[in-house]
Design a binder for this molecule. Structure first.
Ligand code: ADP
Length: 248
């Protein structure tokens, strides 16, 4: 079983748009509980890779497995979300007119295991989960605030909290600290480190000091494939990586 010990496994994945190869024989795997940072210049294929993992874009060829048994290419985007792959886009999309508590409560609504009759009545396990998530996202005590009154950073944390309500196995996050203050960035690093282990994370980021704080392994994408992989120090010292960043 070649996929043993991997939560996510891509092999020789390719996709073209109008003849342009955005992803070109990409192979990558993520271990359970790992926090992987993805970097790379604009147009490297980072967004397209996430689109393939979440079922939004279908590759022309290649293998995409979730765990050792689930062939993700056989499932639709909603089915993939349902099996425990959560995705957060760059801009926060919380419900501004609702409270923090209501936003987290609503996040359970998309869980098809919750039948309509029990919607909005949390059972004790769900209430415990909500309280735990509030602490994790640094919003304990703010549950009755309207989401619209939160800072940009707090909105980002709330949206991560909404994903956490479903207890996802894998979280894909696109530039989570973009637009945050230094203090919010530091607290986001703390938050991510607390998620590691229980969840696997794939984080696309440009903020190198944030990456240095949180990451185990950094993968550098370029022209739709892995250019380099290793610790941040290793990839930053890699001549091909330097060339790609300075050459643009
Ligand atoms: P990144 O997120 O690393 O900046 P993207 O995955 O957004 O890179 O894009 C990779 C390449 O694929 C870019 O050249 C982009 O223009 C192209 N691309 C992405 N999606 C589409 C699409 N739906 N149609 C045409 N070209 C696309």
């Amino acid at each position: 079983d070649t996929t043993h010990g991997r939560i996510l496994y891509l092999e020789d994945v390719s996709v073209s748009f109008d003849g342009f190869r955005a992803i070109n024989k990409l192979s990558l795997d993520i271990a359970p509980g790992e926090l992987r940072c993805i970097i790379g210049p604009n147009g490297a294929g980072k967004t397209t890779m996430m689109d393939i993992i979440t079922g939004k874009t279908r590759p022309d060829e290649g293998t995409v497995f979730f765990g050792s048994t689930i062939d993700l290419l056989r499932y639709t985007e909603p089915e993939i979300a349902q099996m425990g792959i959560g995705r957060k886009f760059q801009k926060p999309t919380v419900f501004e007119q609702l409270t923090v508590f209501e936003n987290l409560e609503l996040a359970l609504k998309t869980d098809k295991r919750v039948t309509p009759s029990v919607l909005f009545r949390l059972d004790s396990a769900q209430a415990d989960r909500l309280a735990e998530v509030l602490g994790t996202i640094h919003l304990a005590g703010s549950e009755n605030r309207l989401a619209g009154t939160l800072s940009h950073g707090q909105k980002q944390w709330l949206e991560i909290g909404m994903l956490l309500m479903q207890d996802p196995k894998l979280l894909l996050l696109d530039e989570p600290v973009a637009g945050m203050t230094d203090e919010e960035t530091a607290r986001t690093a703390e938050l991510f480190l607390s998620l590691k282990g229980r969840h696997s994370l794939m984080v696309v980021e440009h903020d190198m000091s944030f990456i240095r704080t949180i990451s185990d392994i950094v993968t550098v994408l370029c022209e739709g494939a892995v250019l380099a992989q290793g610790s941040l120090a290793q990839v930053q010292a890699d001549e091909r990586v330097i060339e790609v960043y300075l050459g643009r």
